[in-house]
Design a protein around this ligand. Structure first.
Ligand code: ZN
Length: 239
């Protein structure tokens, strides 16, 4: 059930990203920005759709989190760079988040919220609320896009998670990253969840343990894609 189209979702994503940029501190580290942009560009350059330049921003935030939004936007928190220990692990998270966008999970969640909030006449209000902090629907619109803002948190469904995991694995492999690194990434995320500051990522995502098995089963399919990509010259060296 989709009550909002791609153009409206893109508008929501762009507006929401502008709001996040205003409200959160952008990282001034040129090395962090270059590293994240290198990984993100490698992923977005192999997408089946939404090809083109994505805006990539690094936010000075110790919580381990990343997000991607319709309208070609990617945000990464500096805290994630401590959990994702190398370019392949970072590519796992960015690939996963981009997978949510390409599979239109945000549109589904926004549609669900339109129904919950009172029907189809809410569609325009919901689209307008993204990026408008004064709107009472702002928090809900951001949360539907996958941003756990203003205390509103909507968890992704298990189905959406599995789909984003498998799409992400496919993208990272086609970009020439090592899909095997998705396993230690989620193990790191799990370990970090037991620390004093659990990754913010886990407030909107189910436990890493539940997904590792599915990824392991898929790696025999993904690894040859990565070999093929590298043979064709896709050898990202992001650092
Ligand atoms: Zn997810």
């Amino acid at each position: 059930m989709m009550l909002v189209g791609d153009a409206e979702m893109d508008k929501m994503g762009v507006e929401a990203f502008e709001q996040v940029k205003k409200e959160q501190k952008l990282s001034k580290s040129s090395s962090a920005n270059a590293y994240v942009t290198c990984v993100a560009n490698a992923i977005t350059s192999v997408l089946p759709e939404n090809a083109g330049v994505w805006e990539v921003r690094v936010f000075e935030d110790e919580t381990a989190n990343a997000f991607a939004l319709p309208g070609r936007k990617i945000g990464v928190h500096t805290g994630l760079l401590k959990v994702a220990k190398n370019q392949d692990q970072l590519a796992t998270v960015i690939g996963h988040e981009v997978g949510h966008v390409i599979a239109r999970h945000g549109a589904e969640r926004v549609s669900n919220q339109i129904v919950v909030q009172g029907g189809a006449q809410m569609a325009a209000a919901m689209v307008g609320a993204a990026g408008n902090p004064a709107s009472p629907l702002n928090g809900i619109a951001l949360a539907a896009l996958g941003l756990g803002a203003q205390g509103v948190v909507l968890k992704y469904s298990r189905t959406h998670e599995s789909e984003a995991d498998l799409l992400g694995l496919d993208y990272m492999a086609r970009a020439g990253f090592d899909p095997r690194e998705s396993i230690p990434l989620w193990q790191n995320m799990e370990a970090a969840s037991e620390g004093a500051r659990p990754p913010e990522f886990l407030s909107t995502h189910p436990s890493p343990a539940t997904r590792i098995k599915d990824l392991q089963a898929r790696i025999p399919q993904a690894a040859p894609l990565a070999d093929q990509a590298r043979a064709q010259g896709r050898r990202p060296r992001c650092r």
